[in-house]
Structures are given as structure tokens and as C-alpha cells.
Write a protein that binds this ligand. Sequence first.
Ligand code: OVV
Length: 416
Amino acid sequence: MSPLDLQEQIENGIANLPPPVGNVPVSSIDLYDAAVLTDPWDYYEALRDAGPVVWLERYGVYAVTHYEQVTDILHDNETFGSSAGAGLTNFRTTKPWRVPSLLLETDRPEHDRTRQQMMRVMNPGAIRAFRPTFEALAADMVQAMIDKGECDGIADLAERFPLKAFGDAVGIPTDGREHLLPYGDMVFNGFGPANKRFKDCLAGLGDAPKWIAQACKRNTLTPDGLGRRLFAGVETGDLTEDEAELLVRSLLSAGLDTTIFTLGIALVNLARHQDQWEILKSDPSLARQALEEVLRYDATFHTFYRTTNRPVEVCGVEMDTNQKVVVIIASANRDPRHWDRPDTFDITRSASRHMAFGTGIHGCAGQMMARLEGEIVLGALARMVDRLELTGEPVLHFNNTVRGYVSAPLRVTAKA
Ligand code: OVV
């Protein structure tokens, strides 16, 4: 792929790309090309082998792909900031497509206040309390798949479970939840270039943003849900009403596509690796560990960006200030410099230090909820299902940032 010319840069939400400074490997890869999104692993390997820091000439950004440097950059939030956006678009030069997130797209000290409020609500005890409800829901949904015999792992479980479980947990209306999927798709496309995928998605949003904005309001939310609990921060003077609504928007933006795609990826990988499915079903207590390996091996979230707040050197590469850096967390999860047999899907390994949730001050705020949902769904499958087989090719969902499936035809039988 050739570098974008000036007009193309503007159309893609980028402007004034500085040339790379000093000695840095250059790659022409387009991370958002369909071929890369379909099967990114060889491309990531090529980038890793080119060096820890590579200049992506098409978009004028540095890519970081090794586990060690990904970790370092995410921990150095002072140098590698988020307030210029966690996507390719630099908010200092280009207006973002929506009001920035108070969590994801902020730096310290502002970030600490909103993060603290989110973590007050998403605390371990509060999340754990959903376990019995989630377990009952998962068992019902898996039983319904068994009753059907031939089903779609995505519609019948990967989408259905989070929409119900997480939707009820946050306390949003039941009617209209289908708007959450195109909205989430838009949010994650929005972290990439304003390419055709982004523009088509934006054009197809319909009433979704309106529905989401309404769903975030205090009086729409159920009195005891996670969403309404954010508004206690208004009473204590820690948040304004608008800020509380925006934090609910973060729950709805980040909490559905991620878990939906992760469950889909889990189903597809377990069905494709029958040896691993045998291990899981013979010991359902491995559900949590299996989820971690799914997240390592086939991370849902592939890329996000940081922006340099000062000139900085990384592995001998001098980066200028105000420079976008793409952090490829899915590549860090396959880096042979860190992992033994990184391309082997092995649910018995210890994978929990994967980068799928990021790390540092912006590390996924919902990871406890995501892990609870994932463990419970995989646990229900392991306990109840004997044969878990694909009856056709799963269909990929294309998105600029997250990867998952639109459909995965399955044959599911009950354990004796
Ligand atoms: C991590 C993430 C993804 C998408 C949206 C948000 C966060 C948000 O805070 O809105």
C-alpha cells in the first residue's frame, strides 16, 4: 500500500504527517486492509521481525508489536498520552466523530477522577454478585442450543448472552438493544482511519446514537443497575450529570462488541481445536484458563494508539512529539520473544499475562465483568455439551479495531 497523499490524509482524519526521524524500518502494510484483517498473524510476524518499532508509511505512524515494548509504552502514560485520542485520529488536529470518552481518551489528572468513579461501580464485589444470575442465563442459552442441535454460535450465544446479561446488569431498556451492535461497531471502526468501512458504518447508524444517548440517562436506567450507580457520583460532587451519562456511554461502547466477539472467537477456536475442546469438557474448571488462552491466542481488540507528549527514543528510534504510535496488542500476544509456542492454542498454558485487556492506567475497566461472562459461558458449555462442531465456515466480522464473527454454524450435542 502506498502512502496517502495530502487529500487522502485529510479524508482519513490525519494531517501533516511528519517524516520518520532517524533510522527506522519502514513498512507499507495497511493494518485496515481486508487481507490483514482476515488473517493478521503473518503480517504481525513480519512487523515484529522488522524491529520493535516500525514506521507505517501509509498512515504516518509508528507501530509497536513486541510484548516488551507494548508493555513499556502502555505503562508510560505520561509520555504516551491518550487525550489526543486512542485511535489514529489526532484530536489536536482533527475533530473526533463523537464527544471523547472520559476514560479512554483522557490523561492524568482528569482520568483519575473518572476512572475512580467507574471502578467504584465496577468493583470486584459488585461484579461477583452477578454470578448466579449469569450462570442461570448461560445454562438456559446453552440448553436452547442443544435443543436446536444445529445452531449459530454467534446469534444463539455469543451475541445473545452479553446483550441479556450485561444489558440487564447495566440496567438499560430491553427494547432497542439491537442498536448497541451498530453503535459499538462504529466506536471501534472510529479508532481506525476514516476509510470506507468507517464511512459506511457511520451512514448506517440510523437511530442508534439517539437510542444510546437516551439509554445513558439517569431516569432511563433501572434503579439498581451498574449504570444508575454511576450517578451516585453526582450526589457526592465527583461527577456532573453529563459526566455520569458519558461514563454509562463508556459501559455501552466498550462492553458489548468486545465480549460478544470474544465469545464468538472462543467458540470457533474450541470447535477448530478438538483436542483442546476435549480437555475443557473433561475438566470444566479450566473454563477461566481457557478464556485467557482464547484472549491471548486470538485477541479481540487488535490495536489502539497513543500520542507522544514529548520527543522520546524507543529502541533507538527517535520519535518526535505529537506522534501517533499504534500499539498492536494482538501481536504482543503472539510474540515469540515472550511466549513459548505462541502460535499454538493451548488452554493448559498460563496465559493470563496477555495484553488483550491492555495494561497500565487505561487497562480495561471492565475486565472483571468480561472474565466473569467468559468463564461462565465456557463453563456452561464444558459442563453441558459433548460434541461442539463447526458445520460450515464461520463468517468474519470486519472492523478497524476489533475482530470477531458474524456467524458460526455449529452442531451441538448434550453430554450423556
Ligand atoms: C476501551 C474502550 C473502547 C470503546 C469505547 C470506550 C472504551 C469508551 O470509553 O467509550
